[in-house]
Design a protein around this ligand. Structure first.
Ligand code: IMP
Ligand code: MG
Length: 177
């Protein structure tokens, strides 16, 4: 499969250190709960958590919005809910990528209803042009163009999540349902 690296490992790691520093400052003494959205966020979550040198907890939700295609269905299914009650907690949702924003909107509304003390989003990648009028995440690693990307947790048909960099699929390889 043809793909080309758009963000290399070093760049990702240095940006994660920056984000972690900002979050550490913003959440000093607040003991935030990082909520990773599986599966895509697993790698970002691990590296981000490792770089946040303030006390915090982690939990995960698993959602499915894609099946094996590359276009959003708009339907979000909760496959695994949080183990932790979040009422009065400072919650940070950790996402791999914001594309249409549908997944994030759904999860944000769901968690808001549980009355956390605060709720913010940290996304590694943001396809800004897909939802130009809204700011969905307070913390963003990189803004990227509207192209299908793989690596660093992101998959194509459940493959390539292991790549330590972000790569762009050549358009001929992407199939839509
Ligand atoms: P949204 O609901 O359209 O914002 O899509 C969010 C989810 O779709 C992400 O959490 C990813 O799992 C998946 N996704 C969106 N764009 C890409 C991409 O370029 N590569 C791989 N997965 C993607
Ligand atoms: Mg996926």
């Amino acid at each position: 499969m043809q793909h080309s690296v758009i963000i290399d490992e070093e760049k990702i790691q240095s940006r994660i250190r920056e984000l972690a520093q900002i979050i550490s400052t913003d959440y000093k003494s607040k003991q935030p709960l990082l909520v990773g959205i599986l599966k895509g966020a697993f790698m970002f979550m691990a590296d981000l958590s490792r770089q946040i040198h303030e006390i915090h907890s982690v939990d995960f939700m698993a959602v499915s919005s894609y099946g094996s295609s590359t276009t959003s269905s708009g339907v979000v299914r909760i496959l695994k809910d949080l183990d932790t009650p979040i009422t009065n907690r400072h919650v940070i949702i950790v996402e791999d990528i914001i594309d249409s924003g549908l997944t994030l909107k759904y999860i944000t509304n769901l968690l808001k209803a549980r009355l956390p003390a605060s709720l913010q989003v940290c996304a590694l990648l943001d396809k800004k042009e897909k939802h130009p009028e809204e700011v969905l995440a307070k913390y963003i690693g990189f803004e990227i163009p509207d192209k299908f990307v793989i690596g660093f947790g992101l998959d194509y048909d459940q493959k390539y999540r292991n790549l330590p960099y972000i790569s762009c699929l050549e358009s001929g390889d992407v199939t839509h349902d």
